[in-house]
Write a new protein. Structure first.
Length: 281
Protein backbone atom coordinates (compact mmCIF):
# COMPACT_ATOMS: atom_id res chain seq x y z
CA UNK A 1 0.00 0.00 0.00
CA UNK A 2 1.30 3.44 -0.91
CA UNK A 3 1.98 5.98 1.88
CA UNK A 4 -0.60 8.29 0.31
CA UNK A 5 -3.38 5.68 0.49
CA UNK A 6 -2.35 4.69 4.02
CA UNK A 7 -2.56 8.34 5.09
CA UNK A 8 -6.00 8.73 3.49
CA UNK A 9 -7.35 5.59 5.22
CA UNK A 10 -6.30 7.06 8.59
CA UNK A 11 -8.05 10.38 7.92
CA UNK A 12 -11.61 11.08 9.17
CA UNK A 13 -12.97 10.51 5.67
CA UNK A 14 -10.90 7.33 5.35
CA UNK A 15 -12.27 6.11 8.69
CA UNK A 16 -15.81 6.64 7.40
CA UNK A 17 -14.92 4.62 4.31
CA UNK A 18 -13.45 1.83 6.45
CA UNK A 19 -16.72 1.70 8.35
CA UNK A 20 -18.63 1.29 5.09
CA UNK A 21 -16.07 -1.26 3.86
CA UNK A 22 -16.39 -3.21 7.11
CA UNK A 23 -20.17 -3.35 6.66
CA UNK A 24 -19.62 -4.57 3.09
CA UNK A 25 -17.20 -7.23 4.33
CA UNK A 26 -19.59 -8.56 6.96
CA UNK A 27 -22.41 -8.64 4.43
CA UNK A 28 -20.25 -10.54 1.95
CA UNK A 29 -19.23 -13.00 4.66
CA UNK A 30 -22.83 -13.65 5.68
CA UNK A 31 -24.12 -13.98 2.13
CA UNK A 32 -21.09 -16.12 1.25
CA UNK A 33 -21.91 -18.45 4.13
CA UNK A 34 -25.48 -18.85 2.89
CA UNK A 35 -24.28 -19.39 -0.67
CA UNK A 36 -21.66 -21.96 0.31
CA UNK A 37 -24.17 -23.71 2.54
CA UNK A 38 -26.40 -24.23 -0.47
CA UNK A 39 -23.73 -24.93 -3.08
CA UNK A 40 -21.40 -27.29 -1.22
CA UNK A 41 -23.94 -30.15 -0.93
CA UNK A 42 -24.69 -29.78 -4.65
CA UNK A 43 -21.02 -29.79 -5.61
CA UNK A 44 -20.29 -32.90 -3.56
CA UNK A 45 -23.53 -34.84 -4.07
CA UNK A 46 -21.96 -37.18 -6.64
CA UNK A 47 -19.26 -38.29 -4.17
CA UNK A 48 -20.15 -41.41 -2.20
CA UNK A 49 -17.08 -41.19 0.01
CA UNK A 50 -17.94 -38.89 2.93
CA UNK A 51 -14.29 -38.10 3.62
CA UNK A 52 -13.74 -36.98 0.01
CA UNK A 53 -16.82 -34.76 0.25
CA UNK A 54 -15.48 -33.11 3.38
CA UNK A 55 -12.02 -32.60 1.90
CA UNK A 56 -13.48 -30.94 -1.19
CA UNK A 57 -15.70 -28.73 0.96
CA UNK A 58 -12.72 -27.69 3.09
CA UNK A 59 -10.67 -26.92 -0.01
CA UNK A 60 -13.46 -24.70 -1.37
CA UNK A 61 -13.85 -22.93 1.99
CA UNK A 62 -10.06 -22.46 2.12
CA UNK A 63 -10.10 -20.63 -1.23
CA UNK A 64 -13.20 -18.65 -0.24
CA UNK A 65 -11.42 -17.41 2.89
CA UNK A 66 -8.37 -16.45 0.85
CA UNK A 67 -10.61 -14.42 -1.43
CA UNK A 68 -12.33 -12.82 1.56
CA UNK A 69 -8.98 -11.69 3.00
CA UNK A 70 -8.04 -10.16 -0.34
CA UNK A 71 -11.39 -8.37 -0.39
CA UNK A 72 -10.84 -6.82 3.05
CA UNK A 73 -7.29 -5.84 2.16
CA UNK A 74 -8.41 -4.33 -1.17
CA UNK A 75 -11.18 -2.35 0.51
CA UNK A 76 -8.70 -0.98 3.05
CA UNK A 77 -10.34 -2.58 6.09
CA UNK A 78 -7.07 -4.18 7.16
CA UNK A 79 -3.63 -5.30 6.08
CA UNK A 80 -1.53 -8.22 7.24
CA UNK A 81 1.99 -9.65 7.29
CA UNK A 82 2.82 -13.34 7.45
CA UNK A 83 5.95 -14.71 9.11
CA UNK A 84 7.02 -18.33 8.50
CA UNK A 85 3.42 -19.23 7.64
CA UNK A 86 4.53 -21.57 4.86
CA UNK A 87 5.04 -24.11 7.66
CA UNK A 88 1.25 -24.38 7.91
CA UNK A 89 1.17 -26.21 4.56
CA UNK A 90 2.26 -29.48 6.18
CA UNK A 91 -0.35 -32.21 6.85
CA UNK A 92 -1.42 -33.47 10.25
CA UNK A 93 -0.71 -30.33 12.29
CA UNK A 94 -2.09 -29.54 15.72
CA UNK A 95 -2.28 -25.74 15.43
CA UNK A 96 -2.66 -23.73 18.62
CA UNK A 97 -3.15 -19.96 18.34
CA UNK A 98 -4.01 -17.04 20.55
CA UNK A 99 -7.31 -15.37 19.75
CA UNK A 100 -7.22 -11.54 19.78
CA UNK A 101 -9.95 -10.91 17.18
CA UNK A 102 -13.03 -12.43 15.57
CA UNK A 103 -11.34 -13.04 12.21
CA UNK A 104 -8.39 -15.14 13.47
CA UNK A 105 -10.00 -18.34 12.23
CA UNK A 106 -10.57 -16.77 8.80
CA UNK A 107 -6.83 -16.19 8.47
CA UNK A 108 -5.92 -19.69 9.62
CA UNK A 109 -8.39 -21.44 7.33
CA UNK A 110 -7.14 -19.26 4.46
CA UNK A 111 -3.55 -20.33 5.19
CA UNK A 112 -4.19 -24.05 5.74
CA UNK A 113 -5.46 -26.08 2.74
CA UNK A 114 -7.14 -28.91 4.68
CA UNK A 115 -8.01 -27.24 7.96
CA UNK A 116 -10.31 -28.78 10.53
CA UNK A 117 -11.31 -26.83 13.61
CA UNK A 118 -13.30 -27.03 16.80
CA UNK A 119 -16.21 -24.59 16.64
CA UNK A 120 -18.81 -23.51 19.13
CA UNK A 121 -22.07 -25.40 18.97
CA UNK A 122 -24.08 -22.22 18.38
CA UNK A 123 -22.17 -21.59 15.13
CA UNK A 124 -23.42 -24.94 13.84
CA UNK A 125 -26.95 -23.59 14.37
CA UNK A 126 -26.31 -20.11 12.94
CA UNK A 127 -27.99 -19.81 9.51
CA UNK A 128 -24.95 -18.04 8.04
CA UNK A 129 -22.36 -20.58 9.19
CA UNK A 130 -24.12 -23.90 9.73
CA UNK A 131 -24.07 -24.92 6.05
CA UNK A 132 -20.28 -24.65 5.57
CA UNK A 133 -19.63 -26.17 9.02
CA UNK A 134 -21.74 -29.24 8.25
CA UNK A 135 -20.37 -29.67 4.73
CA UNK A 136 -16.77 -29.45 5.97
CA UNK A 137 -17.41 -31.71 8.95
CA UNK A 138 -15.90 -29.28 11.45
CA UNK A 139 -15.92 -30.49 15.05
CA UNK A 140 -18.43 -28.88 17.43
CA UNK A 141 -17.70 -28.57 21.13
CA UNK A 142 -21.09 -29.80 22.35
CA UNK A 143 -19.65 -32.96 23.98
CA UNK A 144 -16.10 -32.85 25.47
CA UNK A 145 -15.37 -36.56 25.03
CA UNK A 146 -16.70 -36.45 21.49
CA UNK A 147 -14.29 -33.58 20.73
CA UNK A 148 -11.32 -35.67 21.90
CA UNK A 149 -12.31 -38.65 19.77
CA UNK A 150 -13.04 -36.49 16.71
CA UNK A 151 -9.74 -34.63 17.11
CA UNK A 152 -7.74 -37.87 17.17
CA UNK A 153 -9.58 -39.13 14.10
CA UNK A 154 -9.11 -35.87 12.19
CA UNK A 155 -5.37 -35.70 12.85
CA UNK A 156 -4.98 -39.36 11.90
CA UNK A 157 -6.48 -38.50 8.50
CA UNK A 158 -3.82 -35.84 7.90
CA UNK A 159 -5.97 -32.81 8.59
CA UNK A 160 -4.57 -29.76 10.35
CA UNK A 161 -6.62 -29.16 13.48
CA UNK A 162 -7.01 -25.52 14.60
CA UNK A 163 -7.54 -24.86 18.31
CA UNK A 164 -7.75 -21.67 20.35
CA UNK A 165 -6.62 -22.62 23.88
CA UNK A 166 -8.32 -19.53 25.32
CA UNK A 167 -11.69 -20.90 24.24
CA UNK A 168 -12.89 -17.38 23.45
CA UNK A 169 -11.41 -14.11 22.26
CA UNK A 170 -8.75 -12.37 24.33
CA UNK A 171 -9.57 -9.34 26.42
CA UNK A 172 -7.19 -6.47 25.52
CA UNK A 173 -4.84 -5.56 28.36
CA UNK A 174 -5.33 -8.83 30.23
CA UNK A 175 -2.97 -11.78 30.41
CA UNK A 176 -3.74 -14.85 28.31
CA UNK A 177 -5.95 -17.33 30.10
CA UNK A 178 -5.88 -20.81 28.57
CA UNK A 179 -8.39 -23.59 29.20
CA UNK A 180 -7.47 -27.27 29.43
CA UNK A 181 -9.22 -28.47 26.27
CA UNK A 182 -6.26 -27.90 23.94
CA UNK A 183 -3.84 -29.53 26.39
CA UNK A 184 -6.13 -32.54 26.76
CA UNK A 185 -6.13 -33.04 23.00
CA UNK A 186 -2.36 -32.47 22.70
CA UNK A 187 -1.63 -35.10 25.35
CA UNK A 188 -3.90 -37.66 23.69
CA UNK A 189 -2.59 -37.35 20.12
CA UNK A 190 0.82 -38.25 18.67
CA UNK A 191 1.30 -34.81 17.04
CA UNK A 192 3.62 -32.04 18.11
CA UNK A 193 2.08 -28.63 18.72
CA UNK A 194 2.47 -25.94 16.05
CA UNK A 195 2.08 -22.59 17.87
CA UNK A 196 0.83 -19.55 15.95
CA UNK A 197 1.15 -16.03 17.33
CA UNK A 198 -1.41 -13.46 16.21
CA UNK A 199 -0.99 -9.75 16.88
CA UNK A 200 -3.70 -7.25 15.95
CA UNK A 201 -3.00 -3.50 16.11
CA UNK A 202 -5.08 -1.58 16.90
CA UNK A 203 -7.34 -4.11 18.57
CA UNK A 204 -10.67 -4.72 16.86
CA UNK A 205 -13.53 -7.21 16.92
CA UNK A 206 -12.54 -8.30 20.42
CA UNK A 207 -14.92 -10.03 22.80
CA UNK A 208 -18.06 -7.95 23.28
CA UNK A 209 -16.98 -5.29 20.76
CA UNK A 210 -19.50 -4.61 17.95
CA UNK A 211 -18.29 -4.59 14.36
CA UNK A 212 -19.22 -0.93 13.87
CA UNK A 213 -16.59 0.26 16.37
CA UNK A 214 -14.07 1.28 13.71
CA UNK A 215 -10.50 1.93 14.95
CA UNK A 216 -8.90 5.30 14.23
CA UNK A 217 -6.12 3.54 12.31
CA UNK A 218 -6.32 0.81 9.70
CA UNK A 219 -5.95 -2.62 11.33
CA UNK A 220 -2.68 -4.52 10.86
CA UNK A 221 -2.49 -8.24 11.67
CA UNK A 222 0.83 -10.05 12.03
CA UNK A 223 0.89 -13.85 12.13
CA UNK A 224 3.98 -15.87 13.03
CA UNK A 225 4.37 -19.65 13.12
CA UNK A 226 6.78 -20.82 15.82
CA UNK A 227 8.83 -24.04 15.67
CA UNK A 228 6.91 -27.17 16.63
CA UNK A 229 6.98 -28.13 20.29
CA UNK A 230 6.40 -31.52 21.88
CA UNK A 231 3.52 -31.62 24.41
CA UNK A 232 5.87 -32.55 27.22
CA UNK A 233 5.12 -31.66 30.81
CA UNK A 234 7.72 -30.43 33.29
CA UNK A 235 6.03 -31.38 36.52
CA UNK A 236 6.23 -28.95 39.38
CA UNK A 237 3.85 -30.81 41.68
CA UNK A 238 4.24 -33.70 44.04
CA UNK A 239 3.69 -37.07 42.41
CA UNK A 240 1.50 -38.39 45.22
CA UNK A 241 -1.31 -35.89 44.59
CA UNK A 242 -4.71 -37.62 44.30
CA UNK A 243 -5.44 -36.00 40.92
CA UNK A 244 -5.46 -38.37 37.92
CA UNK A 245 -2.17 -38.29 35.97
CA UNK A 246 -3.70 -37.10 32.67
CA UNK A 247 -5.76 -34.44 34.38
CA UNK A 248 -2.70 -33.26 36.28
CA UNK A 249 -0.60 -33.21 33.12
CA UNK A 250 -3.28 -31.27 31.23
CA UNK A 251 -3.37 -28.65 33.96
CA UNK A 252 0.40 -28.34 33.96
CA UNK A 253 0.69 -28.24 30.16
CA UNK A 254 -2.00 -25.56 30.04
CA UNK A 255 0.01 -23.44 32.45
CA UNK A 256 3.19 -23.94 30.45
CA UNK A 257 1.51 -23.16 27.13
CA UNK A 258 0.02 -19.94 28.50
CA UNK A 259 3.45 -18.88 29.75
CA UNK A 260 5.15 -19.73 26.46
CA UNK A 261 2.57 -17.88 24.38
CA UNK A 262 2.72 -14.81 26.64
CA UNK A 263 6.52 -14.63 26.45
CA UNK A 264 6.75 -15.27 22.71
CA UNK A 265 3.90 -12.88 21.91
CA UNK A 266 5.58 -10.08 23.86
CA UNK A 267 8.85 -10.66 21.98
CA UNK A 268 6.99 -10.76 18.67
CA UNK A 269 5.20 -7.49 19.39
CA UNK A 270 8.47 -5.82 20.34
CA UNK A 271 10.15 -7.09 17.15
CA UNK A 272 7.45 -5.85 14.77
CA UNK A 273 7.42 -2.46 16.55
CA UNK A 274 11.12 -1.86 15.79
CA UNK A 275 11.51 0.32 12.65
CA UNK A 276 14.28 -1.76 11.04
CA UNK A 277 13.10 -5.17 12.21
CA UNK A 278 13.00 -7.96 9.60
CA UNK A 279 9.45 -8.59 10.81
CA UNK A 280 8.50 -5.33 9.10
CA UNK A 281 9.24 -6.78 5.67
Amino acid sequence: MTPRRAFWLSSPLGRLWRGIATAISFSVFGLGGLLLGGLLPLLTVSMRDGERRQRLARRIIHHAMRGFLQLMRGLGVLDYRLHDCQRLQRPGLLVLANHPTLIDVVFLIALIPHADCVVKGRLARNPFTRGPIRAAGYITNNEPQGVLDAARESLAKGNALILFPEGTRSVPGRSLKFRRGAANIALRTPCDITPVLIDCQPSTLTKGEPWYHIPAQRVMLNLKVLPDMAPEVSRTQEQDEPEAPLSRDARELTRQLAGTFATQLERFQQAIAEPDSPHQA
